[in-house]
Design a protein around this ligand. Structure first.
Ligand SMILES: NC(=O)C1=CN([C@@H]2O[C@H](COP(=O)(O)OP(=O)(O)OC[C@H]3O[C@@H](n4cnc5c(N)ncnc54)[C@H](O)[C@@H]3O)[C@@H](O)[C@H]2O)C=CC1
Ligand SMILES: O=C(O)[C@H]1O[C@H](OP(=O)(O)OP(=O)(O)OC[C@H]2O[C@@H](n3ccc(=O)[nH]c3=O)[C@H](O)[C@@H]2O)[C@H](O)[C@@H](O)[C@@H]1O
Length: 468
């Protein structure tokens, strides 16, 4: 445990992913007096973190990593050594939805978290504060405690904290530098409170004290699932209204604006879309559904499950609208797909709506020509050759990838805007129109382009949530 005579505080973060990398790089950046080492079993990922080409694209991340790396920020695959050296250990490993076994399709797979916890228990030779950074089901800290307690003794104690991460990809650095709140869950024992104050003192280097809030462990764990469920619920709510708008002539952007001005509702997270993506919303809601079912609360489970059902419906509905507009068949038609990432300003494709839409297009035997400014081509290949999406043969026959939106759109019947990249707002659509088959269509799944301008050029335009 740290005392006034302790040397430099040492932090180890287990998991060098989208959360562990940026969140601990910001700690290093803001706390030059702390030594931060981010470790991972994936040696390739660590190599990339130590290179000029970081494995995660996030605006502002390069500058922060390059400013601290080699000074008080290190990336290593020597997991055991850095666990043992650290005073504080963040566990920031992946917690995906289980693919098989009990709770398959809903529950979180906690195997990575358990394995990291067991590693800490095995190699630690001094006391540690272990911090759950991964998003986990309520009561996970109890299992971690059982594993760690079984390995503690009079000389070594483990304190467990919950410190969920609320950053969003694409704005991660800003979210970390200026968080709405930092949540720390702990036991209310004197030891728990002491551990919590050590972690709070790290954040106090840059986060105002009133934004660092505390809760009991279970509230903290549940708050993370709840926050994601509430955010996703707003998107499914506005997307459900987008269907009514398309059927009536109401405009979803006008409805969202009018509702968002009510200070009780607020304007954020009311942008209609092709459906939310990303590695967490669906996973965390399904986790909440599973938790509710296990607590014998079927009505609660059904309520949250509907958010995911509505999201799938939105993707299907958008696809049907495209097929209907293209004279009820897209077989052998060429579709340009603008955007493959699950949102702008990230190269992350996990659960991207683009994957589901393209799966539907390929089932109809359309040809797709994909452009995304940040997603590596190998990633697109991996995502689309997943057996649940398309066979390798179909992929080779029907999919092409491009480095430029103008090339992707050449000779196509329609452009489908899937990701809201800013560059799609300012393309030379006159030029694009000239090189497309006629009639040329634009399907704007993000409501980002000026449809009046496109219509004047000659395009036939459909926008999510508008009856144009
Ligand atoms: N991606 C996001 O924007 C957010 C994610 N979260 C949560 O944070 C957690 C991590 O998510 P991501 O960073 O996106 O996942 P990720 O998959 O990008 O990174 C996790 C890393 O942990 C490593 N790992 C797994 N087991 C390990 C072990 N035993 N020892 C060392 N390394 C190990 C993996 O190799 C991987 O590189 C998840 O629980 C997620 O729900 C929370 C907020 C935001
Ligand atoms: O736990 C997590 O992983 C994170 O999940 C989300 O962050 P993220 O998924 O990175 O990105 P969001 O900005 O929330 O967008 C998620 C999806 O919803 C879509 N979206 C978002 C907002 C909106 O109004 N409409 C809409 O369709 C986005 O395009 C994207 O596909 C939350 O916003 C973060 O607070 C949380 O920490």
């Amino acid at each position: 445990m740290l005392t006034a005579f302790s040397p430099k505080l040492k932090i180890c973060c287990i998991g060098a992913g989208y959360v562990g990398g940026p969140s601990c790089a910001v700690i290093a950046y803001k706390c030059p007096d702390i030594q931060v080492t981010i470790v991972d079993i994936n040696e390739q990922r660590i190599k990339e973190w130590n290179s000029d080409n970081l494995p995660v694209y996030e605006p502002g991340l390069d500058e922060i990593v390059f400013a601290c790396r080699g000074k008080n920020l290190f990336f290593s695959s020597d997991v055991d050594f850095h666990i043992n050296e650290a005073d504080l250990i963040f566990v920031s490993v992946n917690t995906p939805t289980k693919k098989s076994g009990l709770g398959a399709g809903f529950a979180s797979d906690l195997a990575y978290l358990e394995s990291a916890t067991r590693r800490i228990a095995k190699v630690a030779t001094s006391s540690k504060i272990v911090i759950e950074k991964s998003t986990v089901p309520c009561k996970t800290a109890e299992s971690m405690r059982a594993i760690l307690d079984a390995n503690s003794n009079d000389l070594i104690r483990f304190d467990i904290l919950s410190n969920p991460e609320f950053l969003a990809e694409g704005t991660a650095i800003n979210d970390l530098l200026h968080p709405d709140r930092v949540l720390i869950g702990s036991l209310t024992t004197p030891e728990g409170i002491r551990a919590r104050s050590v972690l709070a003192s790290v954040y106090e280097h840059w986060v105002p004290k009133e934004k660092i809030i505390t809760a009991n462990l279970w509230s903290s764990e549940l708050s993370k699932l709840a926050a994601n469920a509430l955010l996703a619920q707003r998107i499914s709510s506005i997307n459900s209204l987008s269907a009514i708008c398309e059927a009536t002539g109401a405009d979803v952007d006008e409805v969202a604006f009018a509702c968002g001005l009510d200070s009780r509702i607020g304007p954020k997270f009311l942008k209609a879309s092709v459906g939310f993506g990303g590695s967490c919303f669906q996973k965390d809601i399904l986790n909440l559904v599973y938790l509710s079912e296990s607590l014998n609360l079927p009505e609660v489970a059904a309520y949250w499950n509907q958010v995911v059902i509505m999201n799938e419906y939105q993707k299907e509905r958008f696809t049907s609208r495209i097929i209907k507009s293209l004279f009820n068949t897209i077989t052998n038609k060429n579709l340009a797909i603008f955007g493959f990432a699950f949102k702008k300003n990230t190269g992350d494709t996990r659960e991207s709506a683009a994957i589901t839409l393209i799966k539907y297009f390929l089932r109809e035997n359309a040809n797709v020509r994909i452009y995304d400014p940040k997603v590596p081509k190998e990633q697109i290949v991996r995502d689309l050759t997943d057996p649940e999406v398309a066979s390798v043969e179909k992929f080779n026959q029907r999919v092409q990838m491009f480095d430029c939106p103008y090339e992707a759109a050449k000779g196509t019947d329609a452009i489908v805007i899937v990701t809201e990249w800013d560059e799609f707002k300012v393309l030379d659509y006159q030029k694009i129109y000239g090189e497309m088959n006629k009639p040329a269509f634009v399907f704007d799944g993000r409501s980002i382009v000026d449809y009046n301008v496109l219509k004047k050029i000659g395009f036939k335009v459909s926008v999510v949530g508008k009856a144009i």
